[in-house]
Design a protein around this ligand. Structure first.
Ligand code: F6P
Length: 540
């Protein structure tokens, strides 16, 4: 008889401990242990993970490690890297790690990955050096990636984050939204003769991608003729039949495998646009950065294992301390798209309420992930984080140097990052506010009136991840750290982190809606829906 992980004694031990911890403030924890930082940071390679401002004690971590052992985290990890079908609902292996680490998957999988990488780097080289051109012989200077979700967010993040490492003269562009605005903007400015379009779609049936790809095709055909798509389009997909139908040339097709989930696919041919922009050598650095973390994740003891600690703290904050959201706050403008990337990674993976065995879990799983780069975010939503309700969990991520190599600006960024994490943790209690106001000569009446508004309760837990610089290798590492952290959380919660049935219903309903109003809606809510469709028709 299967049981939920919440029925394990190790789970109850964490839950009981959480009740005691709920009474403690980070100020108490900090003043009780002068060596708190020493106890709660881990250095690995060039990474520093500082969890000293989390609401934890040594006992918390010990109990969480026990829980990880009780759910057989090591066994599950080994199963993933071996290629066992751990995506049980879809009966699939989960082998995105094989795309970057030669110790993941079988020799047959590794051979396929090597062949695919060779084809990609050859193609990227030909486009970058101008040997592969458009129909008019002009060099490709613009590459448009058409895809959505995992077929957009990963390559977009890599291109954006590694802007300082762009080489050559190719500019990347991204089209994802079904509403056509992004494509309209591009087709007004780009020269089709210099434009290569990559249609990224694992399934090649995604509505948004199909609509945008067809519109882009019409644009290319309109400008360059019927034969042009064979030269100007590339596709990344598992669906050969659909690629045939679209007219993708044989040497312009790049394969995907069902053992790579969309949100885990940036390491595959889905990353082609990034390889075109930064070059193969840098793209391989990106893979290497992730591989280093794969090695670390699979070999380091839990106590020194960055993604294990990150994942267990995620579970602790969400499930045991009941913190509803995780704000991702990169102190590097280059990582502006990281929160969006992590939204899909965490929420599509672990936004589940049924266990692997099909039982309702009854406890909180994935937090709402959101965020913006600091220091911009300080001037918008930090107010709510400091003084609003309820408390949120926070991840600060910062490089030591700017991506251009200097420290100007980044020192200011780090200063702000450190100050904010201190303020969130330790707050500004009423006696201190009052004392400061009195010291500044504020009248007693004014202190009485205003002091309460200035109080920062603190006790807002945060993690800080520091690394030298946002290079390709570091970015690969950051993404792999979060991927494995998501895996750790999913394993403790006992959910399948690799399916996404929750996105299907909306897609199905959308495909049944007839905006002309000719076909009346059916089923629950049909009358309201019919009224809305009618409203659109009469108000446009
Ligand atoms: O709608 C969700 C989703 O299936 C994601 O998981 C995926 O990344 C995205 O759509 C795009 O899918 P595809 O690459 O098949 O077009």
């Amino acid at each position: 008889m299967s049981q939920l992980n919440s029925a394990l004694p190790a789970w109850s031990a964490v839950a009981n401990h959480a009740k005691d911890m709920a009474k403690l403030h980070l100020r108490d924890l900090c003043s009780a242990d002068a060596r708190r930082w020493q106890h709660f940071h881990v250095e690995h390679d060039t990474w520093l993970l500082d969890v000293s401002r989390q609401r934890i004690t040594p006992q918390t971590l010990a109990l969480l490690f026990d829980l990880a052992r009780a759910v057989d985290l090591s066994g599950r990890t080994a199963a993933m890297f071996r290629g066992d079908p751990i995506n049980s609902t879809e009966r699939r292996a989960v082998l995105h790690t094989a795309l970057r680490s030669d110790f993941a998957g079988s020799p047959a999988v590794q051979a396929e990955v090597t062949t695919s990488r060779q084809k990609l780097s050859t193609f990227a080289g030909l486009v970058r050096n101008g040997q592969k051109t458009g129909t008019t012989g002009k060099k490709f200077k613009h590459v448009v990636n058409i895809g959505i979700g995992g077929s957009d967010l990963g390559p977009l993040l890599v291109c954006d984050a590694l802007r300082a490492q762009w080489s050559g003269d190719i500019t990347p562009h991204f089209v994802s939204n079904v509403d056509r605005t992004q494509l309209e903007d591009l087709t007004r400015t780009l020269d089709p003769a210099e434009t290569l379009v990559i249609v990224c779609s694992k399934t090649f049936v995604t509505q948004e991608t199909q609509a945008n790809a067809n519109a882009a095709r019409a644009w290319i055909v309109g400008a360059l003729g019927e034969k042009a798509p064979g030269h100007h389009f590339v596709a990344v997909s598992t669906n050969a039949e659909a690629m045939d139908k679209f007219g993708i040339a044989a040497d312009h097709r790049f394969t995907m495998w069902d053992w790579v989930g969309g949100r885990y696919s940036v390491w595959s041919a889905i990353g082609l646009i990034a390889e075109l922009v930064i070059g193969t050598e840098r793209f391989e650095d990106f893979l290497k950065g992730a591989s280093d973390i794969d090695r670390h994740f699979t070999t380091a003891p839990f106590e020194k294992n960055l993604p294990v600690i990150m994942g267990l703290i995620g579970v602790w904050n969400r499930t045991f301390l009941n913190l509803p959201t995780l704000a991702v706050l990169p102190y590097d403008q280059r990582l502006a798209r990281l929160p969006a990337y992590l939204q899909q990674l965490e929420m599509e993976s672990n936004g589940k309420s049924v266990s692997l065995d099909g039982i309702h879990v009854g406890f909180a799983t994935a937090p709402i992930v959101w965020g913006e780069p600091g220091s911009n975010a300080q001037h918008s939503f930090f107010q709510m984080l400091h003084q609003g309700t309820p408390t949120q969990a926070l991840d600060f991520i910062a490089p030591l140097r700017g991506s251009w190599g200097g420290t100007e600006g980044q020192d200011l960024a780090l200063k702000n990052c450190f100050a904010q994490s201190q303020a969130f943790a330790y707050g500004y209690p009423l006696p201190e506010v009052e004392a400061d106001m009195r010291k500044a000569g504020v009248s007693a009446a004014e202190v009485d009136r205003i002091a309460i508004h200035r109080v920062h309760e603190g006790n807002r837990p945060s993690t800080l991840l520091l690394y030298p610089q946002t290079t390709a290798r570091a970015l690969g590492g950051i993404l792999a750290l979060y991927e494995h952290s998501v895996f750790v959380q999913g394993t403790v919660w006992g959910v399948n982190s690799f399916d996404q049935f929750g996105v299907e219903l909306g897609k199905k309903l959308a495909s049944g809606i007839d905006m002309t109003g000719a076909k009346a809606p059916q089923g629950a809510g049909a009358l309201s829906l019919g009224a809305l469709i009618n409203y659109v028709a009469t108000h446009r």
